[in-house]
Design a binder for this molecule. Structure first.
Ligand code: NDP
Ligand code: 8X3
Length: 251
């Protein structure tokens, strides 16, 4: 039977590539994000392969999260796979210089947003005693690096929530796992550096970073394992990266 996947942060980067690969592999897709023009363009593109529904909401807005998810039409309402991907870093400053709005954004999006979306979808998975949740963490959830402070804390929280969800949802046969990427070239650094494209490009200079499709491919592998297999936790790095701060750059 055709499965349905809901992907948050589908307007860009890892989420967009994940929606694309799942659509081409016969999943019905619910695309989520704030930028409606991008949602519409991706819906058009993926409609050649599958049925697509779009939901435009800010994961920080708990009312909007629940209203949007409750508005999903019948044909998409059984969500088999939830990809909790929406997230970003805002700023890269020492703790003493941190911007409070940046801190709010990272905690509200990466942690509370992931919780709201999960809370809106988990009850139907419990009722059916089936479902698969993939949480997108980060190497920043496994290590802390200088100036990464609040972003790292938010991704450590994702790591903790991933483990906690797996425990609490275990009695219901719901699979929960996290994928923790290292450097992936997406709009991530542009957002982190507030539109400074030169600074963002420098992050990926002198080595081949992961491409969003590399992570999407792994997500597809994870969700297509037989039911008795749950890939619980994966750290995925570019070959040139040994840790959050050790990178072999040819420059
Ligand atoms: P992008 O910036 O390319 O994509 C981020 C996505 O998140 C966009 O689709 C954006 O959509 C969505 N998003 C951001 N804020 C909100 C919000 N408030 N409400 C709803 N959606 C939101 O980055 P990536 O693809 O790289 O990031 C995806 C995930 O991967 C994030 O959780 C990130 O932390 C994680 N990650 C990224 C790494 C990297 O090096 N790129 C490495 C490790 C982890 P829109 O703006 O339309 O709302
Ligand atoms: C994104 C990767 O190293 O910038 O999560 O934290 S890093």
């Amino acid at each position: 039977m055709t499965k349905t996947a809901l992907v948050t942060g589908a307007t860009s980067g890892i989420g967009k590539a994940t929606a694309q690969i799942l659509a081409k592999n016969n999943y019905k897709i619910i695309l989520c994000g704030r930028r409606e023009d991008r949602l519409e363009a991706l819906e058009k593109e993926l409609s050649d392969f599958t049925e697509v529904h779009t939901l435009s909401f800010d994961v920080r807005d708990k009312k909007a999260v629940f209203e949007s998810i409750n508005s999903i039409p019948e044909a998409f309402s059984t969500i088999d796979v939830l990809i909790n991907n929406a997230g970003n870093a805002h700023g890269l400053d020492p703790i003493q210089n941190g911007d409070l709005d940046d801190w709010d954004a990272m905690i509200d999006i990466n942690v509370k947003g992931l919780l709201y979306v999960s809370k809106a979808i988990i009850p139907q998975m419990i009722e059916r005693k089936s479902g698969h949740i993939i949480n997108i963490g980060s190497i920043a959830g496994k290590e802390v690096y200088p100036n990464g402070n609040v972003y790292c804390a938010s991704k450590h929280a994702v790591d903790a929530l991933n483990q906690a969800m797996r425990m609490d949802l275990n009695p219901y046969g719901i699979r929960v796992g996290a994928i923790h990427p290292g450097a992936v070239e997406t709009e991530f650094s542009e957002v982190r550096f507030k539109g400074d494209t030169e600074k963002a490009a420098n992050v990926y200079k002198g080595f081949e970073p992961l491409h969003p499709e590399d992570i999407a491919d792994i997500i597809h592998f994870v969700v297509s394992r037989p039911y008795h297999v749950n890939i619980a936790d994966l750290l995925v790095l570019p070959t040139a990266q040994a840790s959050a701060t050790i990178l072999k750059r040819d420059i």
